[in-house]
Design a protein around this ligand. Structure first.
Ligand code: TXA
Ligand code: MG
Length: 323
């Protein structure tokens, strides 16, 4: 058996990355599949392990602003956002510097960069001394991983080491803001739109067609479970539809006796969208491993992190919707 080892050894992880190996790392959003972001051969292994198309560029994770400025050009606005929201779930798209291999950016002149708010990730990047290219540590198109167990189950044998960091705090990927043109949100994520707009009022959300294929994380079909996923808004819609073999996920806990054997809810408080976001992929992973026929999943209220939750849910369900 070829089992990937999991551990908390930052020095070992740094050594492996130094020699061009792949290491899965915790961040505050989801687990990442990391390689030395300045080593093209190492970066190529990420695409192979994930079965990710080469046209889908990667995010460089750095430990501080100095390191960020070695890979990207920062405008005054970029510095302002970085100062306000880093470390944290914000990825900035900025003009790239020559040092970044074109494989990382899929040949684009821009590069995605962020400082993760996770002590283990930060210590690792400092120990490495180079930026880490890291997409989410899932096979391309599948659910994002929020625990090391998700990583082992889905990519295990393809990774040299998994750095244990418990369950990720935010549970949903970073928000991506493109600053190479008029500021636009390319991907909704762990940093709420309203927080960004309080610093940058003119910030808009890119329309689907505008950013495709610029940010392929925005592909209509993405983040999908294997089990059929059907979304709904109001539980009344479910009557006569759901059976004991189906799973049901509601946003808030409901009293739905005998409705299904597989019942989950995202939060116990409608205001607690952070808890709902943290439980999103975890719940989908959990149910995808159970023998249920269909997962009926309730959409979140369309505000705060609910916007990002619904974005992920709609992409996750896209392949099951009949045209
Ligand atoms: O929270 C996160 O962002 C996680 C953790 C591991 O940091 N990472 C993550 O990476 O979600 P990934 O590869 O799954 O998603 C990165 C997204 C992709 O949709 C990619 O297309 C977009 O970032 N992206 C990267 N570079 C870009 C660029 N230069 N221009 C536009 N989009 C870019
Ligand atoms: Mg991803």
């Amino acid at each position: 058996m070829n089992l990937t080892s999991i551990g908390a050894d930052i020095q070992l992880a740094a050594k492996l990355l130094e020699k061009g190996s792949l290491v899965a790392i915790p961040t505050e959003t989801v687990y990442g599949l990391a390689a030395n972001g300045l080593n093209e051969m190492a970066v190529a292994k990420i695409f192979k392990a994930k079965n990710r198309p080469y046209f889908d560029p990667l995010i460089l994770h750095v430990a501080n602003l100095d390191m960020a400025q070695q890979v990207a050009e920062f405008s005054t606005l970029a510095l302002k956002l970085a100062e306000q929201f880093w470390p944290g779930p914000l990825t900035l798209i900025l003009p790239k510097k020559k040092i970044v291999p074109s494989l990382v950016t899929s040949g684009l002149d821009s590069v995605a960069v962020r400082i993760p708010a996770n002590e283990i990730a930060l210590s690792l990047i400092v120990a490495c001394g180079f930026p880490l290219a890291a997409p989410s540590a899932n096979p391309f198109g599948y659910l994002s991983p929020t625990t090391s167990e998700h990583v082992v189950n889905n990519l295990g044998k393809k990774i040299d080491y998994i750095l244990e960091g418990g369950t990720t705090k935010i549970g949903i990927e970073s928000t991506i803001v493109d600053l190479t043109q008029e500021p636009k949100i390319l991907r909704l994520g762990g940093l709420e739109v309203t927080k960004l707009q309080s610093v940058l009022p003119q910030l808009t959300i890119a329309q689907e067609k505008e950013n495709n294929p610029m940010a392929p994380g925005q592909l209509e079909q993405h983040y999908s479970p294997n089990t059929k996923l059907i979304l709904f808004s109001d539980s009344v819609e479910l009557e006569n539809r759901i059976t004991q073999q189906d799973a049901l996920v509601t946003y808030l806990k409901m009293d739905l006796e005998n409705l299904t054997n597989f019942y989950c809810y995202l939060t116990d408080n409608v205001e607690n969208d952070a808890q709902a976001a943290a439980n999103l992929f975890k719940t989908l992973h959990y149910l995808d491993a159970l023998p249920c026929k269909t997962i009926y999943f309730q959409l979140a209220p369309e505000e705060g992190l609910g916007l990002a939750i619904n974005d992920r849910l709609r992409r996750a369900a896209a392949k099951f919707h009949k045209p």
